[in-house]
Design a protein around this ligand. Structure first.
Ligand SMILES: *[C@@H]1O[C@H](CO)[C@@H](O)[C@H](O)[C@H]1NC(C)=O
Ligand SMILES: *[C@@H]1O[C@H](CO)[C@@H](O)[C@H](O)[C@H]1NC(C)=O
Ligand SMILES: *[C@@H]1O[C@H](CO)[C@@H](O)[C@H](O)[C@H]1NC(C)=O
Ligand SMILES: *[C@@H]1O[C@H](CO)[C@@H](O)[C@H](O)[C@H]1NC(C)=O
Ligand SMILES: *[C@@H]1O[C@H](CO)[C@@H](O)[C@H](O)[C@H]1NC(C)=O
Length: 365
């Protein structure tokens, strides 16, 4: 939902202060996964209250994709989240209906992962695609497809050429919702069976709109959004998650088209992000901002797996090793500042974000 809070940091930027540290291991990742699961709220299938609704969508599949034992344990988490999170969401969406009686959308008629924010929907679509990749469960894929349809209905309804709104109240056109729409379409283009070409044409169209929107500035970093009066770049903060989601979208688009030009653009954006994300909110990044760096790391991993560069592998490893050496407390809790020191609180947001960097390092080393 309102995903605005500061971001973090070309980690380890302070040359000379970094001591050599041991390489992080799969056992370390498993330990931090178990700590993460202590924040899981079984009854609602989410990591609430430790983190929020859309943030929970970012938590569900990353380590499972590379670790057999976590994969086995994850199956029940996916199915529990799939069932309970929809019911929780419906409850939260209660509205006042006819005769002022509270009305809850019918769970059998409503996709329980939709809400009033297209970015939240996009995170959940990606979560279920990731869970599908791990499990092969077609129900997860079709859930992502139906979320895509809801996002698609917003395409071209803004004053700004082809783009979607951030919200169903039509208050803002921003980068994250539009990157997520691209990313979901491009993922589905590689998984959509006989509908693959339909998703591919949406992914290409959305990339053309995004590229034409001016949200990518002349330094190859991406600002927060557009002024909806002028449809020009609003000069908003360059958040790390906006430099991340686009990498996954472009990588998937390149896979679907076999066109390497998308990778070239992705690398320009990744390099600009790594070079320039030096402004820091730490230690006060709010409930959403504490997860942004992990989104960047996870998507850099996707790019790296498709088209490796030594500099990205080093970046992921340096961050992961530093987290483990400098940003860890008892019971393997991981906090916000990856260069250290550990600060309170560690929660599902900081834990999953740091785990994303660790998984990124392990998956690409
Ligand atoms: C799980 O979430 C529900 C609904 O928000 C809440 O009432 C409950 O206290 C949470 N449980 C834990 C263990 O935090
Ligand atoms: C949408 O706008 C209406 C009218 O201004 C407001 O009452 C409602 O709370 C808004 N919904 C959301 C989810 O912001
Ligand atoms: C958008 O641009 C218009 C026209 O230049 C300006 O008047 C307005 O203040 C801008 N809105 C925001 C939110 O910056
Ligand atoms: C990084 O930021 C500096 C100053 O803000 C700018 O001059 C430079 O062009 C940026 N580099 C990249 C790669 O974006
Ligand atoms: C999680 O921790 C971060 C960083 O310590 C903090 O900014 C954020 O508010 C916490 N989130 C919640 C939901 O308490």
């Amino acid at each position: 939902m309102f995903s605005r809070s500061p971001i973090i940091a070309a980690l380890l930027a302070s040359a000379g202060t970094v001591l050599p540290v041991q390489a992080v291991t799969l056992a370390d990742a498993e330990a931090s996964y178990h700590t993460l699961q202590q924040f899981y709220n079984e009854s609602i299938g989410l990591w609430i209250p430790s983190t929020g609704w859309w943030n929970s969508a970012n938590l569900i599949a990353d380590l499972a994709a590379i670790d057999g034992s976590v994969k086995a344990q994850s199956q029940s988490v996916f199915s529990n989240t799939f069932r309970e999170a929809q019911l929780y969401n419906l409850q939260m969406q209660k509205v006042v209906g006819a005769n002022y009686l509270p009305w809850t959308p019918n769970p059998h008629q409503t996709n329980g992962f939709l809400n009033s924010y297209y970015d939240d929907e996009g995170w959940w679509a990606l979560a279920w695609i990731a869970a599908y990749d791990v499990t092969g469960n077609g129900q997860y894929l079709s859930t992502a497809e139906s979320i895509f349809e809801d996002m698609k209905a917003a395409a071209g309804t803004t004053p700004c050429d082809g783009l979607i709104w951030w919200d169903k109240n039509h208050t803002y056109v921003n980068a994250i919702a539009n990157e997520l729409f691209l990313d979901v379409a491009a993922h589905l283009a590689n998984r959509g069976g006989n509908r693959a070409s339909y998703y591919l044409s949406w992914a290409k169209k959305q990339w053309a709109s995004f590229k034409g929107s001016g949200m990518i500035n002349d330094q190859n970093t991406i600002n927060d959004g557009l002024n909806i009066t002028t449809c020009q770049n609003n000069g908003g903060t360059v958040w790390s998650y906006n430099q991340g989601v686009i990498l996954g979208g472009l990588t998937e688009l390149s896979k679907a088209t076999k066109d390497n030009a998308y990778i070239t653009i992705a690398k320009q954006i990744a390099d600009a992000a790594i070079a320039n994300l030096t402004d820091s909110c730490e230690p006060d990044c709010g409930a959403d901002g504490s997860q942004f760096k992990g989104v960047f790391a996870r998507n850099l991993q996707i790019l790296q797996q498709a088209s490796p560069e030594a500099r990205y592998a080093t970046f992921l490893q340096d961050n992961a090793n530093s987290i483990w050496a400098n940003d860890r407390e008892w019971q393997d809790e991981l906090s916000l500042i990856w260069s250290g020191p550990f600060i309170q609180p560690a929660n599902a947001s900081t834990q999953s974000s740091a785990l994303d960097a660790i998984v990124g390092a392990l998956a690409t080393s």
